[in-house]
Design a protein around this ligand. Sequence first.
Ligand code: GRF
Length: 221
Amino acid sequence: MTAGEPAGLAILISGRGSNMQAFIDACSRGDLNARVSVVVSNNPGAAGLERAAQAGIATRCIDHRDYASREDFDRALVDCLDEYPVDLVILAGFMRILTPVFIQPFSGRLLNIHPSLLPKYPGLNTHQRALDAGDPEAGVTVHFVTPELDGGPPVLQAKVPVLAEDNAESLAARVILEEHVIYPLAARWYLEGRLKLEQRGATLDGELLPATGIPYREGLD
Ligand code: GRF
């Protein structure tokens, strides 16, 4: 990637792909100096594949059920991404646990979004867990991916209030709006060379980020 030239994004999805769409939109608006090189799904039925194809983006399906082990699947993913210009890999609702076979070659240029205020609630059913715990707020975290599940250094975190009448769906609907804002922003920082994964953790402009990432607020740039 050289200055001025659009960076290549690979987006990995398993489902509807609303975060993927946020990236497609951010690229077309010029908010991100990037283009989506390929969208890959492990799930042939992912609605996001259709949305990407309609936007004229290359799509690939690598069905994890065709592979004997997680490592074999991850090798196929690496081989697939090798065919495209990829500066940054975006996990956007990608519902497979990745092994070092994939994480290692993309280390430091691999981001995920997780719908909880990490380190709270790694794993699944995050919104229900926040409700069950009686948390007054919930949210979402963009983080670098390391081999520890949902455990890589957080970059950016957005909070939303939990309302008395909330269920998991209504809370998810409030959180996803924040996802579409903070994920492209974190990617922009990366593409501008400001955000880095270092030995000591995630850094922005050379400053070590707090353990829960930067709290998002409007106007953050
Ligand atoms: C999002 O809530 C994301 O945080 C989680 O999976 C969901 C994906 O939604 N990892 P979408 O496919 O981007 O609409």
